[in-house]
Design a protein around this ligand. Structure first.
Ligand code: FAD
Length: 302
């Protein structure tokens, strides 16, 4: 039985893994992809990226350290986690289950695709997710944003502080708080497209135009950056009833990153912390590991 199994090796799982190695724990990290969503970056046409620290560079350091600990990680899918006497059984697709005294879940979220023309072609080339991560590069620029919830409206309000123009397409069938929409529509730099359907994206090396149907008319808009902000889905299908999830399916944790069942910890985007930033996930992964280490010490097993 391992001391600890860490599910996920995005920024949260990577940070937890390297601290587990530092604490000399007998641990296994299981992930579908090393790096998780930090492998994606949106490149914007004509923007100067030299003025910022790239979170991806930081993650690359963690990643290369984990890859040097070959025996401590496995690329595979976790299908379920069950509580057993003295710990947990982690079931792995096409492999034997693994056992551990404690578990850290750092499985992140997945972004929903719109499945429209040009989306795959321009993803990461002027078109992407996580607009707030790029707001510092959008000063004085024209931005197009679309989503199905308040998340997109809040992002548009924040972007309008820096961008010259923000076009916000509220997807048909979405759920929005009317007062928040009123707040956005009162801002001079935001143009709202209500009851919208995205037809597709066009461009050259980068996305340059989007065609949108809104309230019975079709229009093509140009922008310097395009962002898709539908609500992401937490990767918690395999969690079952092991620990409490909130109404949206995120794992609920306390300030020590402890989930509702002793011995289970969670970190990063899967906790629905709302920030969805690499540095936040690195910090939470570290905190979850230190809490798990304390749990193992207190139960006399580390
Ligand atoms: C396009 C894009 C650009 C972004 N740009 C920035 C940026 O510039 N700056 C910034 O700070 N943030 C950015 N973000 C956000 C940032 O990438 C995330 O907040 C961060 O990666 C979350 O880290 P995490 O470890 O919590 O989860 P993730 O990165 O989502 O990692 C989840 C891990 O869990 C694994 N996993 C999931 N399910 C299973 C399973 N069943 N079995 C095994 N493993 C599983 C995955 O393989 C992965 O290893 C961006 C996000 C996107 C999508």
């Amino acid at each position: 039985m391992y001391d600890l199994i860490i599910v996920g090796a995005g920024p949260a799982g990577l940070a937890a893994s390297l601290y587990a190695a530092r604490k000399r724990l007998d641990f296994l990290t299981i992930c579908e992809t090393v790096g998780g969503k930090s492998n994606y970056r949106v490149h914007l046409a004509d923007s100067d990226e030299t003025q910022v620290i790239q979170a991806g560079e930081l993650v690359a350091v963690y990643r290369s350290r984990l890859e040097s600990l070959r025996h401590s990680y496995r690329t595979a899918s976790v299908t379920s986690i069950a509580a057993i006497d003295g710990g947990f059984r982690v079931s792995i697709k096409d492999d034997e289950p693994a056992l551990a005294r404690a578990v850290i879940i750092a499985s992140g979220t997945r972004n929903r695709r719109l499945k429209v023309d040009g989306e795959s072609q321009f993803l990461s080339r002027g078109l992407g997710y996580s607009s707030i991560s790029y707001s510092h590069l959008l000063s004085g620029k024209r931005v197009f944003l679309t989503g199905d919830s308040d998340r997109a409206v809040n992002s548009a309000i924040e972007l309008s502080l820096h961008a010259m123009e923000v076009s916000l397409a509220l997807l048909a069938g979405g759920t929005f708080t009317p007062a928040l929409i009123d707040r956005a529509s009162a801002l001079e730099r935001i143009t709202l497209l209500r009851d919208a359907t995205i037809v597709g994206f066009e461009g050259d090396g980068f996305a340059r135009r989007v065609t949108v149907e809104s309230e019975g008319s079709k229009q093509t808009l140009e922008a310097d950056g395009f962002f898709l902000e539908p609500e992401p889905s937490p990767n918690t299908d395999f969690v079952g009833d092991l620990v409490d999830l909130d109404a949206r399916g995120y794992i609920t944790v306390n300030g020590m990153n402890e989930a509702s069942r002793p011995g289970v910890f969670a970190a990063g985007d899967v906790t629905g912390n709302g920030f969805e930033q690499v540095l936040v996930s690195l910090g939470e992964g570290t905190k979850a590991l230190l809490s798990a280490y304390r749990y193992l010490l207190d139960s006399g097993t580390a």
